[in-house]
Design a protein around this ligand. Structure first.
Ligand SMILES: C[S@@+](CC[C@H](N)C(=O)[O-])C[C@H]1O[C@@H](n2cnc3c(N)ncnc32)[C@H](O)[C@@H]1O
Length: 376
């Protein structure tokens, strides 16, 4: 069986997420092919694409290879009434429409402008959304529930525009990249408005702990967890909304949490002041120095509270200053504290030590690191 994954706007991160999810999936991946925004996997078993798309944060759609030419396939899957289909190649689509009409079928072609067009025309249910890659034809089986993501992103009551909020899709990707089992204890020590905790709750993680230096952040996280539980009427979220939340400096967490009590720390820490692009190198360097100190002090606390082999998924920012990236130099220090960087495997590519999330026109990029405690 062959499946096509259409990747989000950070394709390398999406591919790493899929690889992480398949590392503990019962299906074996027999072969893979990665090109720009697409990843094609040949699997030993049929996939539950609906389940999979709900698990992943960085995949836009999943499609299954069809074993026939397009007119035969559409005649088989939509045997009565009007055939409705979409295909990015308009010229080919018009040709197919002609063939089907000549065979006596009434046909409507929909240009797939975006995922909303596909959803609103029920093309997934009809099996009519088609993609061709390398002369192989795929029919979409599942589309990212993007309305649910934007409801969680823009609908939540507790927000903090000053410190910024992680997009829920990226929070989900981080959780998947950490490969943390559902019964593990996850801590976000810079929880802000609680995006990582709320996403973890929707994914069925029930043992969640959040802390932040700011009282307002803790209040926002509580509000967002309660809102989510009501909104989605979800029992797991209800249980996790009683999650332990408290105010603390990340560097002092070993005074608040038991030694060796945490399985995974998944966090987007303080990233510094939002940049306008007008800052000079000295200002950026001085911000970078402050962040290095905070991160190192935090990892000194993390090593105490993590269980042996505990994992840290951590974002380290880098800043664009006059067309040059200023990196935050702290990884060697983190390693000295007792951590190893665990590279991200990516189907079809070599493993990579860190991933980079960057949107055009932003002066900040997030580098994503996975560390494992080795000083047990
Ligand atoms: C970038 S925000 C995190 C946003 C969060 N990921 C979200 O989506 O809402 C960074 C957070 O770090 C907190 N913070 C700053 N310094 C801290 C420290 N020393 N210890 C703990 N939290 C700190 C801030 O209050 C802020 O909420």
């Amino acid at each position: 069986m062959k499946y096509l994954f259409q990747l989000g706007h950070q394709p390398q991160i999406s591919a790493a997420e899929i690889t992480a999810v398949f590392s503990h999936h019962r299906t074996i991946v027999l072969s893979c092919y990665h090109r720009e925004n697409f990843l094609i996997l040949e699997t030993s078993q049929q996939l539950n694409c609906e389940d999979l798309i709900r698990t992943l944060g960085g995949t836009i759609k999943i499609a299954r290879q069809i074993g026939a030419d397009i007119p035969t396939y559409l005649n088989q899957t939509q045997p009565t009434g009007k055939i409705i289909f979409s295909l990015p190649d308009k010229k080919l689509a018009i040709n197919i429409k002609k063939q089907l009409k000549q065979a006596g079928r009434s046909v409507r072609y929909i240009e797939p402008k975006n995922t909303a067009t596909i959803l609103h025309n029920n093309l997934v249910e009809l099996g009519g959304d088609l993609t061709i890659i390398n002369n192989e034809i795929f029919a979409t089986e599942a589309i990212q529930p993007f309305e649910e993501f934007s409801q969680r992103d823009y609908g939540r009551p507790g927000s903090d525009d000053k410190s910024g909020m992680l997009p829920p899709k990226l929070a989900r990707i981080l959780i998947n990249l950490s490969q943390t089992p559902k019964d593990a204890t996850i801590l976000d020590p810079f929880c802000g408005s609680g995006t990582i905790l709320t996403e973890a709750a929707t994914m069925g993680h029930a043992n969640l702990i959040g802390s932040d230096i700011s009282e307002k952040a803790i209040k926002n996280t509580k509000e967002n967890l309660n809102w989510l539980a009501k909104q989605f009427n979800n029992l797991t979220i209800k249980q996790s909304s009683t999650t332990k939340l408290f105010q603390s400096d990340a560097a002092k967490l070993s005074n608040k949490l038991q030694p060796h009590s945490i399985d995974a720390i998944i966090t987007e820490p303080l990233l510094g002041k939002p940049l306008t692009g007008r800052e000079n190198k000295e200002q950026i360097d001085s911000q970078a120095d402050e962040l290095v100190k905070l991160y190192i002090d935090s990892f000194k606390a993390f090593v105490k509270i993590l269980k042996p082999d505990g994992v840290v998924l951590f974002i380290i920012p880098k800043f664009l200053c006059k067309n040059e990236w200023v990196e935050i130099d702290c990884v060697d220090e983190i390693k000295k504290i007792g951590f190893a960087a665990v590279p991200f495997e990516i189907f079809g590519s070599s493993p990579i030590e860190h991933l980079t999330y960057h949107r055009p026109n932003q002066h900040l990029a997030r580098t994503i690191w996975r560390f494992k405690k080795i000083n047990n």
